[in-house]
Write a new protein. Structure first.
Length: 89
């Protein structure tokens, strides 16, 4: 083996720069900001996806005039039954 061969093998390699990290970070930030802005505008407009569909003016106008039937339709969820505990030990 010659001296040139051993010198070139022991020489540390130059560090390779990763040039793809900046575009990926910029694209991720832009996507996050655009989705956040879109959802913020939806909530500001009253279309909150977590709250569901609100009562529109056509639904309010088509509701029955009898307030008793309206109150019964809103309380359609079953009431919880009381929990019974045993006193015997």
């Amino acid at each position: 083996m010659s001296n040139k061969t051993t010198n070139s093998q022991s020489k540390p390699r130059a560090r390779r720069k990763n040039k793809t990290i900046l575009p990926v970070m910029l694209a991720s930030t832009a996507l996050f900001a655009s989705m956040g802005g879109f959802l913020g505008l939806q909530v500001a407009a009253g279309n909150d996806p977590m709250l569901g569909a609100g009562v529109t003016s056509t639904q309010a106008a088509s509701s029955p005039a009898n307030p008793d039937s309206n109150a019964r339709s809103q309380s359609s969820t079953p009431k919880p039954t009381p929990v019974q505990t045993s006193t015997s030990g």
